[in-house]
Design a protein around this ligand. Structure first.
Ligand SMILES: [Fe+2]
Ligand SMILES: [Fe+2]
Length: 157
């Protein structure tokens, strides 16, 4: 196994140092900021016969993602870290279907990261924070399910 692969593997385990955990929380925060920008951008850009519905749908996600960013930024400061101010890259969506697929992919990745982060929080004894991740996992799962429902009947109406 190459060094990079070993390092990658280590990051996937629950056994992390406090420093690595803080780095992970900042990755999460960068993705929440990116989600806010993504949903805002898609809401403005979306075109076609479902524009009004999708615009409203994308906009309805923003307060949730901003709330998640608040929880993460507060916890990073509480744990002695510095919250990132740089969002992770926003994926371009050329049409409404690609926007929905990008959003679905992001939500699924986010759930995976939070399941891991929850385990890491517990391993480090941050039990309160572990419970907060339950709420985040619930919210992102709802987002994922809603997007899935929209995409399911996309071509047949
Ligand atoms: Fe979120
Ligand atoms: Fe979400």
């Amino acid at each position: 196994m190459s060094t990079t692969m070993t390092q990658e593997k280590e990051r996937q385990t629950a056994e992390v140092t406090q420093e690595q955990f803080l780095e992970g929380l900042n990755v999460d925060l960068a993705h929440e900021y990116s989600a806010v920008i993504t949903y805002r951008t898609y809401a403005s850009q979306v075109q076609g016969q479902w524009r009004m519905e999708l615009r409203q749908f994308f906009e309805s996600e923003i307060p949730d993602e901003l709330g998640h960013a608040q929880i993460l930024a507060d916890k990073i400061v509480t744990l002695g870290g510095t919250p990132t101010t740089v969002p992770s890259p926003v994926k371009a969506g050329r049409d409404s279907k690609e926007m929905l697929r990008n959003a679905l992919e992001d939500e699924i990745e986010t759930i995976d990261r939070y399941v891991l982060r929850r385990k890491q929080a517990e391993a480090l004894g941050h039990y309160g924070l572990a419970v907060e991740f339950d709420d985040l996992i619930r919210d992102e799962s709802t987002h994922r399910d809603e997007i899935n429902m929209i995409l399911k009947r996309w071509d047949t109406g």
